[in-house]
Write a protein that binds this ligand. Structure first.
Ligand code: GLN
Length: 551
């Protein structure tokens, strides 16, 4: 059963995908929250993967890990960044999850001998999940984004579930269609027809859009708003102009120009609790696009770069955003350059020497063998040339391997992820992971989600966080092999963060006297960086990097 009086806003895509439904959803969340309403944001992904953990980032973009450990779509990261708070498992749903519950229930005789069908049983499971997300944490409004577009065959059950919810609670459910108005170069005129067609497609499900967010190159003029209003049966004030912008963080500010939060509240029959205060957000959004701020140049050495039409930045989305937030805080403008680690392998010393021009180097998370020696070479270069270095997960493991090989003298130091029978397995599979791998159980079995770490006094990590106990999100199967910790420490490496029992090494760093900033984390700090609450380690890394002389 739906929570009495709970409000639901469904965000659906018309015309085509990739025009920013996620940003619209996040912005609506932020705006209604600023008006005083507790909001939760839900992502519905129509694919059959049970979670986003098994998909290649070059196909699907980064996997965002919730505090709970659930591996989700990157949109969940945007939701958390806009809301400024953690979301839960209830806020994420794939067709795979829905079908899994239905099938498990059927196997347990949970349907009492009935023939189990997509309608009503799968649709009802979707409804159950939407309603259970609504009861989270006293949320008053749920904004639910359905991935893909209205016309996608696989979306039909989700749209039908939304229709049923509207039928049961006509006052409490709104549909926002995010559409696109193309301006063909040959015409030079913005066209509304595809949006009209999309609205009609939605009508064919028995669903009427209440709002249209009209994405386009330029703002949508009055004339076209009128045309859309008449042809799609949507009030003119409910057509929201969403022109292209430099940064997604400007979107909520833009929507407010068309009074989105006021009209949404009015349509939901909710009083305004307080004036939306977007001052802090505005300040950040302006700093994020300030082209006059002095530059800090960062190289990201990664490997998920080389696939045809794929948007490169999606694979490392949270890392890029985390850099932006800390840069904005420091009044800097981060210039990120992608360095393909495979090119470093091919290019030899000349390619490596080119890294000197950056003020900081990041090796982000990753899996598998390809490009790994290029990354290790980049880390060695950063260490020897005192270029600020920040390693994230794999980037920390490889930093430790580099140190073991070139400082400790264990020439064959390696990770057993790559070399099963490594002579010096400095990075080794975690005990509980061995069985998962032996059983081919890859989905949702890594060390996932939030774990606490204690920080050692007198270290850079402790100084940056300014506290002793931190909690960070993880996603890995391998760890620093405890058998090598003493030797590594004797050779000068400092493990400044460990699990409370002292067994797992969570942060490795070099003392400040030896290197301005050489630090790696076994966890993914980027997953917790927020626009108005940047991550202290990113901020410290960029602060030190900005001081490096630019060549
Ligand atoms: N491949 C490494 C592991 O599984 C690192 C994972 C990561 O960078 N997220 O431990």
């Amino acid at each position: 059963m739906a929570k009495e009086g709970h409000k639901y806003i469904f965000v659906l895509g018309g015309v085509m995908s990739g025009v920013g439904k996620g940003v619209v959803t996040s912005s609506i969340g932020l705006l209604l929250q600023q008006k005083g309403y507790p909001v939760n944001l839900v992502k519905v992904d129509p694919y059959l993967n049970v979670d986003a953990g098994t998909m290649n980032p070059t196909e699907h973009g980064e996997t965002f890990v919730l505090r709970s450990g659930l591996e989700t779509d990157q949109d969940m990261g945007n939701y958390e960044r806009f809301l400024g708070r953690d979301l839960t498992n209830d806020d994420y749903m794939t067709s795979g999850m829905v079908y899994q519950s239905v099938i498990e229930r059927e196997r347990a005789l949970g349907y009492g001998g009935k023939c189990v069908e997509a309608i009503p049983h799968v649709r009802d499971e979707i409804l159950r999940r939407i309603e259970s997300a609504a009861s989270y944490n006293g949320s008053r409004i749920s904004v639910i984004e359905i991935g893909g577009t209205i016309g996608d065959f696989q979306n039909a059950l989700f749209i039908d579930a939304a229709r049923v919810l509207k039928m049961r609670h006509p006052q409490d459910v709104l549909f926002v269609m995010v559409s696109y108005l193309p301006t063909p170069g040959t015409l030079g005129e913005m066209k509304t027809k595809p949006t009209q067609t999309a609205a009609r497609d939605l009508n064919s499900y028995g669903v009427q859009p209440d709002f249209i967010v009209a994405r386009s190159k330029e703002p949508v003029d009055e004339k076209r708003k009128e045309k859309l209003a008449i042809s799609c049966t949507v009030r003119k004030e409910h057509i929201i102009s969403a022109p292209d912008i430099d940064s997604i963080y400007e979107a909520p500010l833009n929507f407010e120009k068309d009074h989105l939060s006021d009209t949404l509240l009015e349509a939901l029959n909710l009083p305004e609790k307080r004036k939306a205060s977007l001052a802090a957000w505005k300040k950040f959004a302006q700093a994020a696009v300030n082209t006059r701020a002095p530059e800090v140049s960062i190289a990201i050495v990664g490997k998920y770069f080389d696939t045809g039409s794929f948007v490169l930045s999606d694979a490392y989305l949270s890392v890029i955003e985390a850099i932006k937030f800390s840069a904005a805080k420091l009044n800097r403008r981060a210039k990120i350059t992608w360095v393909n680690s495979k090119d470093l392998e091919k290019g030899g010393t000349k390619a490596l020497a080119a890294l000197k021009k950056y003020q900081g180097i990041i090796v982000p998370g990753g899996f598998g063998e390809s490009g790994i020696e290029g990354k290790i070479a980049a880390i060695k270069f950063a260490r020897e040339n005192k270029i600020p270095y920040f390693g994230l997960c794999y980037g920390m493991q490889l930093m430790v391997i580099e140190y073991a090989r070139n400082v400790l003298g264990l020439k064959d130091a390696h990770t057993t992820e790559i070399q099963k029978n490594a002579e010096s397995p400095v990075v080794d599979v975690m005990l509980e992971q061995k069985k998962h791998l032996a059983d081919n159980k890859y989905g949702g079995t890594m060390r996932l989600g939030s774990y606490p770490a204690y920080l050692k006094k007198g270290t850079m990590a402790r100084a940056a966080y300014k506290k002793e106990l931190v909690e960070e999100r993880h996603r890995h199967r391998y760890e620093i092999n405890p058998a090598y910790v003493k030797q590594l420490e004797a050779a000068g490496l400092v493990f400044s963060g460990t699990s409370p029992d002292g067994v797992l090494m969570e942060i490795a760093e070099l003392p400040r006297e030896k290197h301005p900033f050489m630090l790696g984390t076994q966890f993914h700090p980027e997953l917790r960086a927020r626009p108005l609450d940047p991550h202290p380690l990113f901020t410290e890394f960029l602060r030190v990097a900005s001081k490096r002389h630019k060549r």
